[in-house]
Write a protein of this length. Structure first.
Length: 125
């Protein structure tokens, strides 16, 4: 699941006091929330697992035990949805706002949220 490790990394960075403040507002919302809903688990409970020191693999197994087990078709569908998010869909305008506030407005190569995440994180010290 392409977004899952990123979600867990943000929780770890927050716990360590290293998550940039502009990321705080979307914790547990947007893609985090969709990912947890797809897994049939609560974001807050996943965050507890992360803060308790569980590895990504342990948390993945925990989600399967307490939510649902995903098969390869589920993963293909969700990953396809995730990597195209922001490309001519209902969040395209929001993506443009993110780009503008991050100083990336002129970047035509940033067409999806994943493109934005990558570019935004590379620009940070």
């Amino acid at each position: 699941m392409v977004y899952f490790p990123r979600m867990l990394d943000k929780i770890r960075l927050l716990a360590a006091g290293e998550l940039p403040p502009d990321y705080h507002a979307n914790l547990g919302r947007a893609m985090d929330q969709r990912t947890c809903r797809f897994l049939h688990v609560e974001y807050a409970t996943v965050a507890e697992q992360v803060r308790a020191g569980a590895t990504d693999e342990e948390i993945w197994r925990w989600c399967a035990q307490h939510g649902r087990v995903l098969n390869e078709v589920d993963l293909m569908i969700y990953n396809g949805f995730s990597i195209k998010r922001g490309l001519k869909d209902e969040v395209s305008e929001e993506l443009e706002k993110f780009k503008k506030t991050s100083g990336l407005a002129g970047r035509a190569d940033i067409q999806t949220l994943f493109d934005y995440f990558d570019a935004d994180e590379k620009r940070r010290p």
